[in-house]
Design a protein around this ligand. Structure first.
Ligand SMILES: Nc1ncnc2c1ncn2[C@@H]1O[C@H](COP(=O)(O)OP(=O)(O)OP(=O)(O)O)[C@@H](O)[C@H]1O
Ligand SMILES: [Mg+2]
Length: 229
């Protein structure tokens, strides 16, 4: 469960990026976070993952209180929250398999079971046959699927994705969203930021719409253009 309570964020240069948001995301939900450029979507995700400090209010994720969390606990939080970035951030000098093993090792997973876990997530994203490839040998969509596999490898409660389809063509974008939906059906909570209006409208999920750092609409079975409903 993730709970935001009156969360605000003012960056050091004075920009008020988030102006008091409250929302509850229950286990197993699939939530689209949408809104215009600069409305605070990425800032919200960064506060949730501990990348940016919260100015005021509170965020509690899986029992971790982001206001009080000590730096040495952040890796444990990140084990619960699998993060997918738009710019993917795979390690170029490592194969697909090594990228996934590395993600497991950095949180000191026991050696036993690493191979089985890597094979499981590669199968889930449909990339078993690309295990020995380097990132540069993969298409953009395949790289994004590796990024999702990497986010999943520690069996997180939640996947947090910031525009995971940003660099992909419409068909690949649909594939990624369908993959996230499948992962959600297996029990993982999904929070995804996207500008893909067509996909949001097609998926009939909860849609949280932000404007100038505030939630202006939060609807089950929502559509991107919330005023239409
Ligand atoms: N590190 C930073 N320092 C200062 N201001 C920032 C920083 N990061 C973001 N901002 C500002 O905070 C506001 C919200 O930015 P944020 O990146 O959260 O928006 P966004 O909704 O993710 O936009 P986009 O759809 O373009 O990715 C913007 O006005 C942005 O300029
Ligand atoms: Mg953003």
């Amino acid at each position: 469960m993730i709970r935001f309570t009156n969360v605000k964020k003012t960056y050091d240069n004075g920009t008020k990026a988030v102006n008091g948001i409250s929302m509850l995301i229950s286990n197993g939900e699939f939530v689209f976070l949408v809104g215009p450029s600069g409305s605070g979507k990425s800032t919200i995700l960064k506060m949730l993952t501990g990348e940016e400090p919260i100015t005021s209010g509170s965020i509690v994720a899986d029992g971790f209180d982001l206001i009080r969390i000590k730096a040495n606990r952040i890796p444990y939080l990140r084990r619960k929250l699998g993060v997918v970035f738009q710019d993917i951030r795979l390690i170029e000098k490592k194969t697909v398999e090594e990228n996934l093993e590395f993600a497991l090792r950095v949180v000191s997973a026991p050696q036993d079971g690493i191979d089985a876990r890597v094979d499981y997530v590669l199968d889930l994203v449909g990339l078993t046959d690309k295990k020995q490839c380097y990132p540069r040998e993969l298409s953009g969509g395949e790289q994004q699927r590796v990024a999702i596999a990497r986010a999943l490898v520690n069996n997180p409660s939640t996947i947090i994705a910031d525009e995971p389809t940003g660099n992909l063509d419409p068909e690949r974008s649909l594939d990624i969203m369908l993959l996230l939906e499948r992962i959600n059906k297996l029990g993982t909570t999904i929070l995804v930021v996207t500008h893909e209006q067509r996909l949001v409208d097609q998926f009939n999920k909860r849609v949280v719409y932000l404007e100038e750092g505030r939630i202006v609409s939060d609807q089950e079975n929502g559509c991107y253009d919330y005023e239409k409903k």
